[in-house]
Write a protein that binds this ligand. Structure first.
Ligand SMILES: [Zn+2]
Length: 276
């Protein structure tokens, strides 16, 4: 945990830290209000979304989708990102998640997605992350400690698992994939987004690269342990998943005024299904 976070968590009570965070987000949302873009999580419209990410050389060289600097990426009001809004649009337009009973496990939960699931009476919702204590005011008290490579849940429990930009942080991603597969019911499915290079076949990983600078140089972020290539889907299939790559335009999701959601046009949605 960073020094400032550590000190502020000692000085500022948890509830006050969350309130301060909320007040900051509200004022940003007001500043950027407008009609150009719309966030389906918080329901507000904005003149622009916030920029996010850094263009490190390896991100540009490998054309990594889901990393790097993106304009109009982050909602000024709730901080949802382009990739989260893609998930929302998929759930809303291509599934019955908002209506049918579903048991959901959400790993390293995005706050806005978590709030949405918690409010849905048809959803039985669990979320968790490793080292929850180290995350400042980002996670609330319902987020439990979970190790994705050693889940405590029994087999065949969940209808849906959501694990958005997590696997690129995990050395033993094959074990994490197997664990997600194990806790899903047959017929259940997972959204497993990762940053990915469309131009490399084999993922790049090297467990000797452990420094922050080294990981930035080789993997595009200080806490990533690989760059996924097109073998990502083979890795998922190896543990038993059937995989799909979906795109709102190419797969014709028929969403009116898609541009207002400020998606990353190159980003696909990765769905991994445990066969019946
Ligand atoms: Zn928002």
């Amino acid at each position: 945990m960073g020094f400032l976070r550590r000190v502020s968590k000692k000085v500022i009570p948890f509830w006050m830290g969350q309130k301060l965070r909320g007040a900051y987000q509200k004022s940003l949302g007001l500043y950027y209000r407008g009609n150009q873009y719309y966030c389906p999580f918080c329901g507000y419209s904005f003149s622009k979304m916030l920029e996010d990410g850094f263009d490190l050389p390896v991100i540009i060289e490998k054309e990594i989708i889901g990393s790097g600097r993106r304009e109009n990426c982050t909602c000024p009001r709730c901080f949802s990102k382009d990739r989260d809004r893609l998930i929302y649009l998929y759930l809303e337009n291509k599934t019955q998640v908002f209506f049918e009973p579903n048991k959901i496990l959400h790993i390293a939960p995005e706050a806005w997605l978590k709030e949405m699931f918690r409010k849905l009476p048809n959803i039985d919702y669990t979320c968790g992350v490793k080292e929850v204590e180290g995350m400042g005011y980002y996670y609330d008290r319902m987020t439990r400690e979970l190790d994705i490579t050693n889940l405590e849940m029994k087999d065949n429990l969940y209808d849906i698992v959501i694990c958005n930009h997590v696997l690129e942080h995990i050395y033993d991603d094959d074990i994490a994939m197997s664990e997600i597969y194990r806790v899903l019911k047959p017929g259940g499915w997972a959204i497993l987004q990762v940053p990915i290079s469309p131009i490399i076949e084999e993922s790049i990983e090297d467990q000797d690269v452990i420094s922050k600078k080294g990981r930035e140089k080789h993997f595009g972020q200080f806490d990533h342990v690989r760059i996924y290539g097109q073998d990502y889907f083979k890795r998922l299939q190896k543990v038993g998943f059937e995989t799909q790559r979906l795109h709102p335009v190419k797969d014709n999701w028929n969403i009116a005024n898609l541009k207002k959601y400020a998606l990353n046009n190159k980003e696909e949605l990765f769905i991994a299904t445990k066969p019946l």
